[in-house]
Design a protein around this ligand. Structure first.
Ligand code: FAD
Length: 444
């Protein structure tokens, strides 16, 4: 018989349980639906199209890409192919779950089953519960339970017989070399060879740039986290045990945030914990624009915001610092920044992004206490000690040597190349953030 493999956040062939299930049915039609509800022109959309172009090559040209409401498109393609089953990797985001319920219902009318196998996570969200049967809201106990739960061994590469005769939308003819499964595997191997040793200590240093940069590949499912975990298991005999441990923990954060979102879908755009509801936030278009364009006058913040615009990626340490700056120095509500991040990050992911922001804002899991406000200058001096990261992204400061790039106001020619003055006084705004917090506490 023939079945459909409806690809979503799993744009690869290797280690793919749902594709294996489809291949066992017989001939397979690979399908991707361009859903107008998710389409936002911009770098992430381009990246998706490039990944699809790579997947089309890997499927010997068989990948069918159609645009429209998934319920109608999937039913239509299933009818054209004479398929009796549609295979998917189980989706766990709020919209994905609603969409899949609608598709399942639509397919049932034609007597076609929607079959979910596997998910984009090492452990599918919802599986890990404490002894009382409740989800974890704090990372460390989740991490312990996640390790104890363990994950399936990677699935091998399936032998698939593709059906190649259906019509499709065109895709870019020269796929981006950074996109697709092969590029992801290459990137991962390079990281294991060159970045993993020393990762635990260097991961916080944006100037060294020693993280894996595998986040976009994970977002599109060009590689599965279980593939990475299995590789790391094989390597844990190396001298870099602490490095491996640290990397595994980072992958656990990704699973954790997906799990939190699965249990509380509204936390995508609403405070997870209610403690700061009622907080007074500001709206100031000029300050927001300075933050977005990387012209706040704080070099470390500006370097990060410019890296985001230029590369569609920002180092984790800098994500924390720029997020803190928006929430605590400019007093804006975290979803304002989270939206901007999602518009520009190639790895933009609802769970990791919203909960990363909530962690910084003090409304989420394991939230940093509100009174801990990142100082954008000392963070820069500590994690970019030679100023290299700042000079890479802020050309107006390239004339300042070493750490001087972090404090141009201390140098007579600091703004010689047009670098802006600081838009706020950090000490004052820190005070203001704490005052608002105290006021909120006193009024509740
Ligand atoms: P590495 O250090 O090499 O880590 C390997 C992988 O572990 C990452 O690819 C990622 O999948 C996972 N990981 C690492 N740190 C975290 C973390 N704190 N939370 C969840 N997963 C993590 N990550 C996203 O994938 N998408 C987002 O939209 C996103 N938004 C964020 C917003 C804020 C405000 C903050 C503070 C963090 C955000 N992160 C997000 C988490 C983290 O910054 C990125 O995953 C990381 O910088 C990606 O680079 P890398 O692949 O080189 O990371």
């Amino acid at each position: 018989t023939t079945s459909l493999m409806w690809f979503r956040r799993d744009l690869r062939l290797g280690d793919h349980p749902a594709l294996q299930a489809a291949a066992r049915d017989g001939q397979v039609v690979p399908l991707f639906v361009l859903d107008p509800r998710l389409a936002r022109p911009g770098p992430r959309w381009e990246r998706l199209l490039a990944s699809l172009a790579a997947l089309r090559e890997e499927t010997d040209g068989a990948l069918v890409v159609r645009e429209g409401d998934p319920a109608e498109v999937v039913a239509q393609v299933a009818a054209e192919a004479g398929a009796s089953r549609v295979h998917v990797s189980t989706e766990t985001t709020p919209y994905g779950r609603r969409r899949d319920a609608a598709v399942e219902q639509r397919l049932a009318a034609d007597d076609i089953a929607l079959v979910g196998t596997g998910s984009p996570y090492a452990v599918t969200p919802g599986r890990i519960l404490n002894t009382a049967g409740s989800p974890y809201r704090v990372f460390t106990p989740f991490l312990r339970a996640w390790r104890e739960h363990g994950w399936r061994a990677p699935a091998g590469d399936p032998q698939v017989e593709w059906m190649t005769k259906l019509d499709s939308e065109p895709l870019p003819s020269h796929p981006d070399r950074e996109a697709g499964e092969r590029a992801a595997l290459r990137r991962w191997e390079d990281f294991c060879d060159e970045g993993l040793a020393g990762y635990a200590s260097a991961r916080d240093r944006p100037d060294l740039d020693q993280t894996s940069r595998i986040s976009a590949a994970l977002k599109y499912g060009e590689i599965h986290p279980r593939t990475l975990l299995a590789d790391l298991d094989a390597r844990s005999t190396d001298a870099s045990g602490g490095d491996v441990e640290r990397f595994v923990t980072e992958l656990a954060w990704r699973d954790f945030y997906a799990d939190v979102l699965w249990h509380d879908p509204e936390s995508a755009w609403r405070d997870l914990r209610g403690g700061l509801r009622g907080m007074q936030y500001d709206e100031d278009p000029a300050l927001l624009a300075a933050w977005k364009s990387g012209t706040t006058g704080f070099p470390f913040v500006d370097a990060g915001m410019r890296q985001l615009l230029a590369e569609g990626w920002m180092h984790n340490r800098v994500r924390m610092v720029v997020a803190s700056f928006l929430v605590k120095d400019l007093h804006m509500w975290w979803p304002v920044g989270a939206r901007h991040f999602l518009d520009h990050l190639l790895d933009g992911d609802l769970a990791s992004n919203s909960h990363g922001w909530q962690w910084v804002a003090g409304t989420g899991t394991d939230a940093a206490p509100y009174f801990r406000v990142f100082n954008p200058v000392t963070q820069g001096l500590r994690f970019d000690p030679e100023g290299d990261y700042v000079r890479r992204w802020v050309p107006e400061l390239r004339h300042l040597p070493g750490a001087a790039a972090h404090e141009p106001w201390l140098h007579p020619d600091g703004s010689a190349n047009g670098y802006p003055d600081r838009i706020v006084d950090h000490a004052e705004e820190r005070h203001e953030a704490l005052a608002r917090m105290t006021e909120l506490k006193d009024s509740t």
